[in-house]
Design a protein around this ligand. Structure first.
Ligand code: ADP
Ligand code: MG
Length: 571
């Protein structure tokens, strides 16, 4: 049978895997086990949502079988399995989101360091990692609801075959033919029970299905009743099934017992990110609704974040059983970048069928989580500014959109989280920090809209305001003006555009001087109007300028920047 070729990008990833350095090779087991666990989750989930599917959850497990003579390690699951088409599309290409990002990052890192091996250890790289330790991989699978089975086989980079075969039970058996030892690399250990057992404890302890292995052990025989003084203890060999993992999900463990690496590893594995999250929020709530939650704030926006494909939501578990994969009701839109899980016994297993009855509980949890997320972001803003600014760069725009949306319903919640560029500080500032620096007599909170901060720094209108020691927020993002309009004011102080005519209230003297100046300048102003004609509404003496000679001002409540924005939207 003719071999099919891998897609080009898969080939590259495969090469990278096969040549990865020794210390990372061991993660292949974690990858294969996590796929097996996913497959069982999918089957259990199907059973929840479809009355015709009956699955006994207690039967679901992952079995490891090393065979030192054949040099194989078999990882079996009784999950949902794969059809022929699924074998083809899931294992024949790497088109997954995670891999795409991986590749991009890889290219970047390659340039920077000339070395790509490090990310392999950090990031969930998936099924292909099997080729780090195996020179031949076969995947025998029977999909749920099908009586056919197929075998996918490959020696690595030069392609794969798929052939029909027999398999009695639904699920997947992955057989890795373990490579022979070389001078530098040792592979024999992946056939040793105790090494495998350690690897499961290290990487897959929290997997909530049993990972079992028939362990070969020996024990002392019981001392016979009639044994004399010269009795020498005898030993016997026996085999015993052992569950290798503790099955306690990370979020069920007390916060004090979870190491930062464990949080991060879980995140990267589960959400296919190569970078550690900025923050973890681990909640154990008691009260009207009891739940555990583990939320993550990513360090960067996923590549599809700004597309329609991106779906917000948290995974919802009931006592460790996944009942909903992306529960959108648990996250407000302005925090849609948050990833994580919520586990509550208060939900029944068939929540998807009776969602409505649970909306109250969901609301309580969602409101609590929203508060926790805000508190954590504020903490970052105060205590770890660098991280917060990284967060702001990635998701600030989402918060701004949040302020404007739903008729400003969320503005009070989000206001404290906003950052704007400050004329005084030369960097980003929060509104609270602005207020703290503000002189008491300052009448307004000033802002100026423009393309970039350097340009705004030269704005003639801003000079007089800055001279008074007042700080100006430089707004350079398109929605900024709308954000300011939605906010309206801050603790009683209104926002004021620097090109507003009455940006600086003048004294009576100043007023008189201005009137006189206008009188004297009438010929010049008339001349300007005559020359420019319809291009301007009027030419007048400005109170705003100091050393600058002229400036443009918008007519009415809309600023020039907004006008530009509307013109762009309306071609
Ligand atoms: P990921 O797990 O991130 O999707 P992988 O490379 O680990 O990527 O796996 C690719 C796909 O192959 C999975 O998404 C899944 O559809 C399928 N797959 C892998 N292992 C199994 C398995 N044991 N049972 C069912 N499907 C599997
Ligand atoms: Mg996987």
């Amino acid at each position: 049978m003719a071999k099919k070729q891998f897609k080009a990008e898969s080939k590259r990833l495969l090469d990278l895997m096969i040549n990865s350095i020794y210390t990372h090779k061991e993660i292949f087991l974690r990858e294969i086990i996590s796929n097996a666990s996913d497959a069982m989750d999918k089957l259990a989930y199907k059973a929840l949502t479809d009355d015709k599917v009956a699955v006994d959850r207690s039967e679901l497990k992952i079995t490891l079988t090393p065979d030192q003579i054949a040099r194989t390690l078999t990882i079996s699951d009784n999950g949902i399995g794969m059809t022929r088409e699924e074998l083809e599309s899931n294992l024949g290409t790497i088109a997954r989101s995670g891999s795409l990002q991986f590749k991009e990052e890889m290219a970047k890192q390659e340039k920077a360091e000339g070395d790509t091996t490090d990310i392999i250890g950090q990031f969930g790289v998936g099924f292909y990692s099997a080729f780090m330790v195996a020179d031949h991989v076969s995947v025998t699978s029977r999909a749920y609801g099908s009586d056919e089975a197929f075998r996918w086989e490959s020696d690595g980079a030069d392609g794969y075959t798929i052939t029909p075969c027999d398999k009695e039970r639904v699920g997947t058996d992955i057989v890795l033919h373990i490579k022979a030892n070389t001078e530098e690399d040792h592979y024999d250990e992946y056939l040793e029970q105790y090494r495998l057992s350690d690897l499961v404890k290290k990487y897959s302890d929290y997997i909530h299905y049993p990972i079992v292995m028939l362990m070969h052990k020996s024990r002392q025989k019981p001392r016979p009743e009639d044994a004399g003084d010269d009795y020498k203890p005898e030993w016997e060999d026996f085999d015993e099934w052992e569950t290798l993992n503790s099955m306690v999900p990370l979020w069920q463990r007390p916060k004090s017992e979870v190491k930062p690496e464990e949080y991060n590893q879980f995140y990267k594995e589960k959400y296919g990110d190569w970078e550690d999250p900025l923050s973890v929020i681990h909640v154990s709530a008691e009260g009207t609704v009891e739940y555990k939650a583990m939320l993550y704030i990513p360090a960067h926006a996923p590549f599809d974040f700004h597309t329609r494909e991106y779906q917000k939501g948290l995974q919802l578990y009931s006592s460790g059983v996944l009942i909903m994969d992306k529960c959108a009701d648990l996250l407000p839109d302005h925090f849609r970048f948050v990833k994580g899980v919520v586990d509550s016994q208060d939900f029944s297993l068939n929540i998807s069928r009776e969602m409505l009855q649970h909306t109250r509980q969901l609301k309580v949890i969602a409101t609590n989580l929203e508060k926790k997320i805000k508190a954590e972001l504020l903490r970052l803003q105060k205590d770890d500014r660098e991280k917060y600014e990284q967060f702001w760069k990635a998701f600030g725009i989402q918060l701004k959109v949040g302020v404007v949306s739903d008729y400003g319903a969320h503005k009070d919640l989000l206001r404290d989280l906003l950052l704007f560029f400050s004329s005084k500080e030369g960097k980003l500032t929060s509104l609270a920090e602005y207020k703290e620096r503000m002189p008491e007599e300052q009448p307004y909170i000033y802002y100026a809209c423009g393309e970039d901060t350097a340009q705004l720094d030269k704005l003639p209108q801003a000079e007089r305001i800055r001279d008074k020691g007042y700080e100006i927020l430089y707004l350079t993002d398109e929605p900024d003006q709308f954000v300011i309009n939605a906010l309206g004011e801050l603790d009683g102080k209104a926002f004021k555009s620097v090109d507003d005519d009455d940006a600086l209230p003048e004294t009576d003297e100043e007023k008189a001087a201005l009137e006189q100046q206008a009188e004297e300048s009438k010929p010049v102003l008339d001349f300007l109007k005559e020359v420019l004609g319809d291009q301007i509404k009027e030419a007048r003496i400005s109170k705003l300028l100091k050393t600058g000679a002229v400036c443009l001002t918008a007519d009415g409540p809309i600023t020039l920047e907004m006008e530009k924005y509307f013109q762009k939207m309306d071609p």
